[in-house]
Design a protein around this ligand. Structure first.
Ligand code: NDP
Length: 330
C-alpha cells in the first residue's frame, strides 16, 4: 500500500496554468469506488493544452491531468470490478472536471471504466488511447452512414497526429483508399507505411474554399477544423459523410450550406468524451480486432511521467508525429 504517488498536477500560477510533476498523498485521491494502479497514460492534444495552459481545459485546481489511463484494479467497492481486473478509461471529464490519468494511482467511478481488450497489453491500449478510440468512432460514423471502401477515397486531415495516424492505419486495414493530409514535408514514408495511398500537403486544403469544388471524397475524418474542414466539405461527393472530431487548426468553420443542400453531404460530429458505454465498447472491440500490432509499434514512443511538461510544449508546437504513451512508473 503506497502513501505517496507521483502525478502531473495543473495549478494556477502567476504565469497562468501550468502542469508539473508533484508528489500527492494517496489520501488526497477522490472518494470514488474503484482504485486503479495506473500503468500507462498518454498525451493527447487536450492534455497538452491543459499542461501548457494554452487552453482552458481544467475546470478546477489542483487538477491531475490526463484524459485517459490503463491499469489494474486494486480495490473496488463496486460489484462490476474486482482486484486484478485490467481496465482503461477515456474522457468522461478526466483531467478536466475529475482527476485524470497522468498519475500512478487514481480512484474512478465504475461507469467510467471499460475492460481492456484481452488481445492488447495495457501499453498497447494506451498506444491506441483516446486518439485511436476517437478514430474508430469516426470510422464507425462513416460506416453507419453507408460509406464503404467501394464508395471512393476517404481523406484524413492532421494525418500524422494521434487521431489521424490511427485513422489512416485502420481505414487502410478495412480496405479504403486513403488520402492523408499533412503539414509535415518529411512524413511521406511514415504515412505510406501506415497505408496512405495519396499524400496531400496541408496548404492544399488550408485555404479559403469555394462554395462547391470538384467531388473527390466519399468520406472524411477531420481533426483540424476551420478552413481545412470547410475545404473537405466542398470536395465531398454527393451523399458523402465527413466525421469532424477536432480543432487543431481552429474551432471556426468558414463554410456555406451548399455541400449540405446541393450534395446531401452529412457532417457527423464526434464526441468521445461523453459517448455512451455501448458505443465505447463497440469501438474498443473493433479496435482490438483491427489494429495491426506491428504498425501500432511504429507509431508510438514510451516516455516517463517527468517529461510530460516538455512533451506537451512539443505537441502544441506541432513537432510530434504519432502517439506518446506515458509510463507513469518510469
Ligand atoms: P495531435 O496534436 O496528435 O495531432 C493534430 C495534428 O493536426 C498534428 O499532428 C498536425 O498534423 C495537425 N495540425 C496541427 N496544427 C495544425 C494547424 N494549425 N493547422 C492544420 N493542421 C494542424 O492531436 P490529436 O490527434 O490527439 O487530436 C487531434 C484533434 O482532435 C485535436 O483538436 C483534439 O482536441 C481533437 N480530439 C477530439 C476528440 C473528440 O472526442 N472529439 C478526441 C480526441 C481528440 P499534420 O502535421 O500531419 O498536418
Amino acid at each position: 500500500m503506497r502513501n505517496t504517488i507521483k502525478a502531473i498536477v495543473a495549478e494556477e500560477t502567476p504565469d497562468g496554468v501550468r502542469g508539473k510533476l508533484q508528489d500527492l498523498g494517496t489520501d488526497q485521491l477522490p472518494a470514488e469506488d474503484v482504485l486503479v494502479d495506473v500503468a500507462y497514460s498518454t498525451i493527447n492534444y487536450k492534455d497538452a493544452l491543459a499542461v501548457t495552459g494554452k487552453g482552458k481545459i481544467c475546470r478546477s485546481f489542483p487538477m491531475v491531468c490526463g484524459i485517459d489511463l490503463a491499469g489494474t484494479v486494486t480495490e473496488s467497492s463496486a460489484g462490476d470490478f474486482e482486484p486484478g481486473d485490467k481496465v482503461l478509461a477515456n474522457g468522461w471529464g478526466l483531467g478536466e472536471k475529475y482527476w485524470g490519468g497522468l498519475t500512478q494511482q487514481q480512484r474512478l467511478r465504475p461507469e467510467w471504466l471499460v475492460r481492456a481488450p484481452e488481445s492488447l497489453s495495457l501499453e498497447q491500449c494506451m498506444a491506441v488511447g483516446t486518439a485511436g478510440y476517437t478514430s474508430m468512432l469516426c470510422i464507425q460514423a462513416l460506416q453507419d452512414h453507408g460509406i464503404r471502401p467501394e464508395s471512393g477515397p476517404v481523406v484524413v486531415t492532421g494525418a500524422t497526429g494521434g487521431v489521424g495516424s490511427i485513422a489512416v492505419m485502420l481505414l487502410a486495414r478495412l480496405g479504403y483508399q486513403v488520402a492523408a493530409v499533412t503539414g509535415k514535408a518529411d512524413a511521406v514514408a511514415f504515412l505510406t507505411e501506415l497505408g496512405a495511398n495519396e499524400i496531400l500537403p496541408r496548404d492544399e486544403l488550408d485555404r479559403r474554399a469555394r462554395p462547391l469544388e470538384s467531388e473527390r471524397w466519399a468520406g472524411a475524418i477531420d481533426s483540424v477544423g476551420s478552413k481545412t474542414l470547410a475545404t473537405v466539405l466542398v470536395q465531398t461527393k454527393h451523399s458523402g459523410c465527413v466525421a469532424a472530431c477536432g480543432l487543431a487548426g481552429g474551432f471556426d468553420l468558414p463554410s456555406t450550406v451548399m455541400p449540405f443542400i446541393l450534395r446531401g453531404v452529412t457532417l457527423a460530429g464526434i464526441d468521445s468524451v461523453l459517448a455512451p458505454q455501448e458505443k465505447r465498447q463497440r469501438a474498443w472491440n473493433a479496435l482490438a480486432e483491427l489494429i495491426n500490432l506491428d504498425k501500432l509499434d511504429q507509431i508510438y514512443s514510451v516516455e516517463p511521467l517527468a517529461r510530460v511538461p516538455e512533451l506537451a510544449e512539443e505537441l502544441i508546437a506541432g513537432r510530434v508525429t504519432g502517439r506518446i504513451v506515458i509510463d507513469v512508473n518510469a
